[in-house]
Design a protein around this ligand. Structure first.
Ligand SMILES: Cc1ncc(COP(=O)(O)O)c(C=O)c1O
Length: 405
């Protein structure tokens, strides 16, 4: 069934929360209210001529779910609306979204400028790509001058996260975007920590947005998923042929879970950000805590920039327990974790359940001590991804380990 709004082009553009529950809907002849799941690997044709026309792209329609599927298309359309993107391709995980983006834009001999402060697996992926002749230079995400200085004639893209995981460092998207445009390279931004509910990088200077949909888009820690968003030309001419041929496709079932997750994205983010700000303030006042990094705190080194780019501080807090050598700091950090009875000890983030992790021994363990040092990830650092529980319960859970000394 066609979208009724299509017949009324002068109607005002719906707000974010309206789009989150209503965009991407195309009902079948059963007129179901909730989005259907199309769990099918392939689609049948009326006859051989139609099969040939569909394969050739001369006739619109679904062919095979590695290339496209109605439930996946609904998710793509909904997320594109929320990010303000022309087009979107969904993938099986955040890492496959990042890999497909970088590989489809580079070849042997290409150069990439990437932030030093990236999610551990993303750093590892760049190391793997170096084996295939892609050179990567790392710069400080907070210093636009370093991005400008790193540009080479063979640079194809800039890659960053803002806020970064786990230290919540903020990139100036307008400044780095302007440098990218001047140099003729594409700025790719991982918008995982904010989600479009808080930040829309395409409107701020980015060319391409990537997501780990596993995080806030799902919001309840159920499925893996990813997405790439950008111009219709990039998506249709560069990314789709790569994904169709290499197969990191999102399953229809996971797309359906993510579609339903997105429906409550705005509501969840509002509560999670409010909780995170309250918990960050509580941590800042705790004498056992050496440093708190949360973009919503006035003490965050880039608080003003964060508040100009984001509608709230997000739900990820990094904090350091201090004192002594690395061994002591690790012991104290692990003590906070081991005394938790409510917070989940898990490396995932974006869940309605609050999670806690020690990045140096989990998400950033594989990158090695040198890269960790360069990224500022010390042994005393803890990352809390705040959920929707009552803040008093979260602080009481953390207070036990912090008091243990
Ligand atoms: C910022 C960021 N980007 C990408 C990823 C990778 O996503 P996925 O686990 O869905 O592959 C993660 C996962 O934690 C992440 O935190």
């Amino acid at each position: 069934m066609a979208d009724k709004r299509a017949d009324h082009p002068t109607d005002p553009v719906p707000g974010f929360d309206t789009m989150a529950v209503r965009s991407g809907l195309e009902r079948t002849h059963y007129l179901e209210h909730s989005e259907p799941i199309f769990l099918t690997s392939s689609f049948v044709f009326e006859n051989a001529a139609q099969a040939a026309a569909r394969f050739a792209g001369d006739e619109p329609g679904f062919v095979y779910s590695r290339a496209s599927n109605p439930t996946v298309s609904a998710f793509q359309e909904r997320l594109a609306m929320l990010e303000g993107a022309e087009a979107c391709v969904a993938t099986a995980s955040g890492m496959s979204a990042i890999m497909a983006t970088v590989m489809s834009l580079t070849a042997n001999g290409s150069h990439v400028v990437a932030a030093r402060e990236l999610f551990g697996a993303t750093l590892q992926m760049f190391k793997i790509l170096e084996r295939f002749g892609v050179a990567v230079d790392y710069v400080n995400v907070t210093d636009p001058g370093q991005w400008r200085a790193a540009v080479r004639p063979d640079t194809k893209l800039f890659y960053l996260e803002t806020p970064s995981n786990p230290l919540t460092e903020i990139a100036d998207l307008a400044a780095i975007g302007a440098i990218a445009r001047e140099a003729g390279v594409l700025l790719v931004v991982d918008n995982c920590l904010c989600s479009p509910a808080l930040q829309r990088p395409l409107a701020l200077g980015a060319d391409i947005v990537v997501h780990s949909a596993t995080k806030y888009l799902d919001g309840q820690g159920r499925v893996l998923g990813g997405a790439v968003l950008g111009s219709r030309t990039f998506i249709e001419e560069t990314l789709v042929p790569f994904v169709r041929a290499t197969g990191p496709t999102l399953s229809a079932f996971n797309a359906w879970v993510l579609l339903k997750g997105i429906e409550t994205l705005g509501l969840r983010m509002e509560r999670q950000c409010a909780n995170a700000l309250a918990l960050a303030r509580w941590l800042e006042a705790n004498p056992a805590v050496e440093r708190v990094l949360y973009p919503g705190l006035e003490s965050h080194p880039q608080h003003r920039l964060a508040m100009a780019q984001q509608s709230a501080g997000g739900a990820v807090i990094a904090f350091e327990v201090g004192g002594g050598d690395d061994e002591t700091r690790r012991r104290r950090a692990w003590q906070v974790i081991d005394n938790c009875r409510l917070l989940s000890i898990t490396a995932n983030l974006g869940d309605v359940k609050t999670t806690i992790t020690h990045p140096a021994s989990t998400t950033h363990a594989r990158i090695g001590p040198e890269a960790r040092l360069a990224a500022g990830i010390g042994e005393g650092l803890l990352r809390v991804a705040v959920g929707v529980e009552n803040v008093a319960d979260l602080s009481a859970d953390l207070a036990r380990g912090l008091a243990a000394g």
